[in-house]
Design a protein around this ligand. Sequence first.
Ligand SMILES: Nc1nc2c(ncn2[C@@H]2O[C@H](COP(=O)(O)OP(=O)(O)OP(=O)(O)O)[C@@H](O)[C@H]2O)c(=O)[nH]1
Ligand SMILES: [Mg+2]
Length: 342
Amino acid sequence: MSEVPAGTAVQTSAPVAPGRRGRRAVDVPALVERAREGDARSVARLISLVEDASPALREVAAALAPHTGRAQVLGLTGSPGVGKSTTTTALVRALRQDGKRVGVLAVDPSSPFSGGALLGDRVRMQDHAGDDGVFIRSMASRGHLGGLSWATPQALRVLDAAGCDVVLIETVGVGQSELEIASLADTTLVLVAPGMGDGIQAAKAGILEVADVFVVNKADRDGAHQAVRDLRYMQSLGGRYSEPGGWRPPICRTVASRDTDNGIDDVLATVADHRTWLESSGEGHRRRAERAAREIEAIALAALRARIGDLRGSATLGALAERVVAGETDPYAAADELVARL
Ligand SMILES: Nc1nc2c(ncn2[C@@H]2O[C@H](COP(=O)(O)OP(=O)(O)OP(=O)(O)O)[C@@H](O)[C@H]2O)c(=O)[nH]1
Ligand SMILES: [Mg+2]
């Protein structure tokens, strides 16, 4: 952490030291209060609590709830090296100039630990180090194959409660993660770059279905026109945007690595249009409700799985198994009986 000035929100969680968890009771209401005032350390601590599935997790979730639902969530996805971090940095800069408080969650599906593999990103993000209107956090996906961390929705809530107007989530597009980011974000930006055959790849992977806005980055390179044409052609083949009143994802061009005249303002204007459409069509509310439903379902399933796990080797399961072996009952009836006892 020595590469960033003290007092910034750039933070990664170290593996939990034995005994750290229970060492000291966490004053959750005080932490939430300080986070809402914009205290970076408290924000970081709260994210660590949710990421480590601390015993205080439920209390944290309950304390955050009344302060959430305000932040606009933007997801950025695309192939490795397409320019997601550069674009994120440029978006943060533009949003800061606009006086917005911004959160960034960089989710690395390849890293088993938070932080580590994202060093490069953090260095670039140092542009914003020392700015107390920006919270940046790297997260691992913790065995969530190709997807986002299960803690991402909770980390989002922390940033939302901390008063972030906009939260950007960056993740590498490796299959499942595009779909997951789309399920978390209000607006999903899919980045492609010239000459990577990304338009075609996008169509294959079903990315066309999740994109709300396409960004052809590296538009300073040859082939940018072709990339735009590929995407237009793909769109002309149909899909959800052919429905009346539907949203047809606009295609923006950016040179994110440039400081000026980089197309980022156009991306933000397009995102604002999308937000207006989300509100007027009711789709925004539908997405948020679906997101909450999925979250509840995941938590409930995890709880059920834990309870079924408790049954392993239990007398109940053992007795049922003996009856199945003896032909006295069938596995379906036995499973029904087991579920009924939960
Ligand atoms: N020429 C050009 N290069 C760019 C542009 N945007 C980003 N780059 C460069 O492309 C490289 C990759 O950019 P990143 O922002 O790290 O890409 P990324 O998608 O975050 O990469 P991963 O996180 O590794 O998947 C860097 O060397 C950037 O400087 C651009 O608009 N034009
Ligand atoms: Mg990156």
